[in-house]
Write a protein that binds this ligand. Structure first.
Ligand code: MRU
Length: 348
């Protein structure tokens, strides 16, 4: 991989600025938790696992800044507030809350040692989470590659790649692992309006790896499926409910319905940390609504008339019945449901 999505450099979290890709490869320095929150909200860093790891570093940065506080009670209170703020940066991807909850546990377990010991243990935890995310993506890749037939033409939506994770990717991890054993596979990338994660990010990282990729607009996949030009779909996830319903980038549901209509396997690749057994069903998942500006145009170019009403939900929910299998770091769950997911959940 010729880039780091996130890197810890001498007490500073550096994030590859995804709003500037593919034209510019520049890093944004985060010196405190407020910088991290801003980077998550403005999508400098995005993708469920990547914002989880960034959030963990955000908590570690807050702890480092607060550790000068001699009074442990004040330190603990201020750190708890910082955790709340970081976990609210974006609502839909459960990895963010999951990562901050893990940091809260580490805080609790080390609080007897005082502020400096807590700050050190939190940084160690963030670095470990960063490393483990890459390992789980490699495991997802190994499991998922077995599902990819020879010379498969694979549709993906949004970016669930190295850029959306600490490295390697989930859906793109499956594609990378499959490509390493069968270089005849090809990818079709949905451009993914409104923020164009498919066109700007997925196409960029796959081309950099030499994986043949064809870009289409979001309204073309049905046509290609009907013509028999897509063999399988693999996407990432922001949150999987306990019954197997999947929240992912807006447009995923549409692709899943089309895949079912054309009897094409629809796979969802994600680390187990994306499975939220505390949320019973997909309709309980909070879907982020973003600024109308993103739909009115792109960047500073606007093409819609002022005064028009706009909706901009950033995610949708695909019912479990449309998911052929969930590809996780713990293994493959065919026909995800409360029953099948509960079996893997017991491995906690
Ligand atoms: O709004 P984004 O770009 O953060 O949305 C990202 C997605 O929907 C991804 O598909 C999902 O987070 C999985 S990333 C491995």
């Amino acid at each position: 991989m010729g880039f780091d999505t996130l890197r810890w450099n001498n007490g500073v979290l550096e994030l590859l600025d995804q709003t500037k890709l593919p034209d510019h490869v520049v890093y944004v320095a985060c010196n405190d938790s407020h910088d991290v929150i801003r980077a998550i909200r403005t999508m400098v860093v995005r993708g469920a696992p990547a914002i989880g790891v960034a959030a963990a570093y955000g908590v570690a940065l807050a702890a480092k800044e607060l550790a000068g506080e001699a009074n442990s009670v004040a330190f603990n209170d201020a750190l708890a507030t910082a955790c709340d703020e970081v976990s609210q940066a974006r609502p839909t991807a459960v990895n963010l809350a999951w990562a901050v909850n893990r940091m809260r546990e580490v805080h609790r377990a080390n609080s007897a040692g005082g502020p400096h010991a807590v700050a050190e243990s939190l940084l160690r935890e963030a670095i470990q989470m960063h490393r483990r995310d890459v390992e789980s993506n490699e495991a997802i890749g190994r499991h998922g590659a077995a599902l990819v037939p020879r010379a498969a033409r694979i549709l993906t939506h949004c970016n669930a790649g190295a850029l959306a994770t600490a490295g390697f990717g989930t859906a793109l991890g499956v594609i990378r692992a499959a490509f390493s054993v069968d270089p005849s596979i090809t990818v079709i990338a949905d451009e993914t309006r409104p923020l164009l994660q498919g066109a700007r990010l997925t196409a960029w990282e796959l081309i950099a790896d030499g994986i043949p990729t064809t870009l289409i607009t979001d309204n073309m996949s049905g046509f290609l499926m009907a013509k028999g030009e897509i063999d399988l779909v693999v996407v990432g996830a922001d949150r999987v409910a306990a019954n197997g319903d999947v929240a992912n980038k807006i447009g995923t549901y549409m692709v899943a319905v089309l895949a079912a209509r054309h009897r094409i396997p629809f796979y969802v690749a994600c680390p187990w940390s994306t499975v939220d057994m505390a949320t019973a069903r997909g309709d309980e998942i909070v879907v982020e609504e973003r600024s109308p500006d993103e739909v009115m145009g792109f960047g500073s170019t606007k093409w819609a008339p002022r005064g028009v009403g706009v909706r901009n939900p950033a995610f949708d929910v695909t019912p479990a019945e449309l998911v052929t299998a969930l590809i996780t770091d713990r293994g493959i769950v065919r026909h995800p449901s409360r029953e099948t997911l509960s079996i893997l959940a017991q491995r906690d």
